[in-house]
Design a protein around this ligand. Structure first.
Ligand SMILES: O=P(O)(O)OC[C@H]1O[C@H](OP(=O)(O)OP(=O)(O)O)[C@H](O)[C@@H]1O
Ligand code: HPA
Length: 183
């Protein structure tokens, strides 16, 4: 769904910045360090969970100075809404996963349902090992744990650094909480 320019501007004006771009860049540096410790020398297959993880993937991979490969996996359950529904698979690269040390990279752990499904799918598809990393973890109970986290943020509806509000704001250089009236 398209947002008209005045609605877009209103959402942006009412939103609250929770994490600045400087803080996010520092978090990416810390994630890179933790992932290097876990995965350097294992020739991992990094799986970008489309679409939101495209930004964290692009920012993180140049910080990883070791042998790796990149592929993508696409499971979605929000599809432009601010509440999640059933998992919908768009791309599951089962053959590519078999025997690999997989790193699943996503933008956010919210309820944890998406990451739980994706990690299970990788194990079912014969991954040698599965590790997970997210740029943002919401402070709330989750369906699954994650190995490496960038920042922990309040349980509000968020946008920026890959996180979308109705398909928009993924390109915003900071993490913002949408005002209650806009959720
Ligand atoms: O922990 P959960 O409650 O399952 O939510 C997290 C998932 O929600 C978002 O995906 P979405 O379905 O919105 O697709 P997108 O990546 O295209 O935004 C996000 O990218 C995570 O994959
Ligand atoms: O707070 C959120 N913002 C954007 N996308 C999301 N997917 C799960 N939670 C969120």
């Amino acid at each position: 769904m398209k947002l008209d320019a005045s609605t877009y501007a209103g959402v942006a004006q009412r939103a609250e910045c929770l994490v600045t771009s400087e803080e996010m860049e520092a978090a990416l540096d810390r994630m890179a360090e933790a992932l290097t410790t876990r995965l350097a020398g294992k020739d991992p297959l990094v799986l970008c969970v489309m679409t939101g993880a495209a930004i964290v993937t692009g920012l993180l991979l140049p910080r990883l100075d070791f042998q790796l490969r990149l592929d993508y996996i696409h499971a979605t359950r929000y599809r432009g809404e601010t509440r999640g529904g059933d998992i919908f698979w768009r791309h599951r690269p089962s053959e590519a996963i078999r025997g690999e040390h997989v790193l699943i990279l996503d933008d956010i752990l919210d309820e944890g349902i998406t990451l739980d499904h994706v990690a299970r799918a990788c194990r079912e598809d014969g991954a040698a090992s599965v590790q997970t990393a997210v740029l943002v973890e919401k402070i709330r109970p989750h369906r699954c744990e994650v190995d490496v986290v960038g920042v922990k943020v309040a349980d509000r509806y968020l946008y920026g650094y890959g996180l979308d509000y109705k398909g928009y704001f993924r390109n915003v250089p900071g993490v913002y909480a949408v005002a209650d009236e806009d959720v």
